[in-house]
Design a protein around this ligand. Structure first.
Ligand code: BV8
Length: 243
């Protein structure tokens, strides 16, 4: 299952970047965006994950994010998250995630680079610097009053919506790591949302080899030297065995 050349590349790596997507959370029971039963199957991204959607109907957008907060609060990190924590003790690993659910951190991963923000962060829709943290044990009901910032404006989910710039610091850290890595491991992402989907190209340009863990092919597959056609937990635990 694990190509010896991948094992050798990981063992010799000065730095390994792991990029995760919603598929990394799937085995925790958190629905992906585009897969069967995915979130975008029920809703259209542009109807919910955009500033326009929030301006148009903040109550609908908050209801969607509150339902996702409840789903994540009820979920637990799986064996793949735990394997990744242990792998970080064996190889110099930088973890970059597109996920906003915080499951990597709950599993014990540290210094997680969150490209798309966090489901648990509340920021000000009017742009003031006040940031608050949502409490997983106390997610408000869908019809509860919408949260307000200390400045009086509505608070919004602290995630990156379509059409919004990604936060500068995480992007700079992720691209610096990709430019300096020997292996980039893409786990559980459809590799279609940019600029995150461009991170593997930055690693390849710097001479890294690409490995993809995904039960399905993606646009990255053709550019990956190694493809582990398996769910994240199984593949990451197999990697842990050989490293
Ligand atoms: C930007 C946070 C530019 C919110 C997300 C038209 C208008 C506007 C923008 C665009 C446009 N056309 C293109 C764009 C750019 C756009 C984009 O890329 N769109 C795509 C759809 C084409 N990008 C943006 O808008 C970005 N910003 O470009 O700004 C700009 C420039 C100047 C000035 C201003 C702005 C912002 C993108 C971030 C959007 N936010 N999420 C929230 O969570 O609600 S995106 C959302 O999709 C997730 O965050 C996730 O990160 C991302 C990608 O999804 P995946 O993680 O890959 O999940 P997916 O369901 O797609 O795939 C799951 C995979 O897992 C599958 O492959 C499946 O096979 C696999 N899997 C399933 N089970 C398992 C598994 N793998 C392993 N194990 C398993 N068990």
């Amino acid at each position: 299952m694990i190509d010896d050349r991948l094992t050798a590349a990981l063992r010799a790596a000065r730095r390994v970047v792991v990029l995760t997507g919603a598929g990394m959370s799937a085995e925790s029971g958190v629905p992906t965006f585009r897969g069967a039963g995915g979130l975008w199957k029920t809703y259209r991204a542009e109807d919910l994950a955009t500033p326009q959607a929030f301006r148009r109907d903040p109550a609908l957008v908050w209801a969607w994010y509150r339902s996702r907060q409840r789903a994540v609060a009820a979920a637990a990190p799986h064996a793949g998250h735990a394997a990744l924590v242990r792998l970080a003790g064996r190889v110099p690993l930088t973890l970059v995630t597109q996920n906003v659910d915080g499951l990597h951190q709950r599993a014990g991963s540290r210094d997680v680079i969150e490209l798309h923000g966090s489901l648990w962060r509340l920021t000000c829709s009017a742009g003031c610097p006040h940031v608050a943290e949502a409490r997983p044990e106390a997610v408000p009901d869908d019809d509860a009053p919408l949260p307000r910032c200390v400045c009086g404006a509505l608070q919004r989910p602290g995630v990156v919506w379509f059409g919004e710039q990604l936060p500068e610091e995480p992007v700079a850290a992720a691209w610096a790591a990709a430019a300096d890595c020997d292996v980039l491991l893409s786990v559980g992402t459809s590799s279609i949302v940019y600029p995150a989907a461009a991170l593997p190209s930055a690693a390849r340009e710097a001479g890294a080899v690409i490995a993809e863990i995904n039960p399905e092919p993606t646009p990255l597959t053709a550019h990956a030297e190694f493809v582990l056609r398996a769910p994240a937990a199984e593949a990451l635990m197999r990697l842990e065995v050989v490293l």
